[in-house]
Design a protein around this ligand. Structure first.
Ligand code: HEC
Length: 104
């Protein structure tokens, strides 16, 4: 339920704060934040430099691939596109860039 609440809060904040946000950030807030804002299921929290340190040294192509096609790592399972199959591969890349920038 915590994840759902986070999603709802993030969604309402988006409505309140309006338009001038980057696409990656808005998609992150409306979807990926459900796990990545709080670390649900072992997801690396966005902004947690330690959790991302080893990940951001990888080729971005590896991160894109893991986010698009899914990934089973030591921490848990990243579902393909976080389960948001309506997102395009390019959407996912924008979000990954946002998450990486916010976490290093
Ligand atoms: C159901 C929970 C969940 C959702 C929703 C989710 N993730 Fe993840 N994600 C995970 C978990 C768990 C991991 C850690 C896997 C591991 O390293 O063991 C992860 C890892 C990642 C990684 C790091 C992969 C790597 O190679 O280190 C990226 C990038 C990522 N997620 C992007 C996204 C994006 C983009 C979205 C939204 C479209 C998203 N995630 C939504 C659970 C989730």
């Amino acid at each position: 339920m915590k994840a759902v609440n986070t999603l709802l809060v993030a969604g309402s904040l988006m409505l309140v704060t309006g338009v001038a946000l980057a696409d990656g950030e808005s998609v992150y807030n409306s979807g990926c934040a459900a796990c990545h804002a709080t670390g649900v299921a072992g997801a690396p929290k966005v902004g947690d430099k330690d959790a991302w340190a080893a990940r951001v040294t990888q080729d971005p192509a590896v991160l894109y691939d893991h986010a698009i096609n899914g990934y089973q790592g030591e921490a848990g399972v990243m579902p393909p596109k976080g389960g948001f199959m309506n997102l395009s591969d390019d959407d996912i890349k924008l979000v990954v860039d946002y998450m990486v920038d916010a976490s290093k």
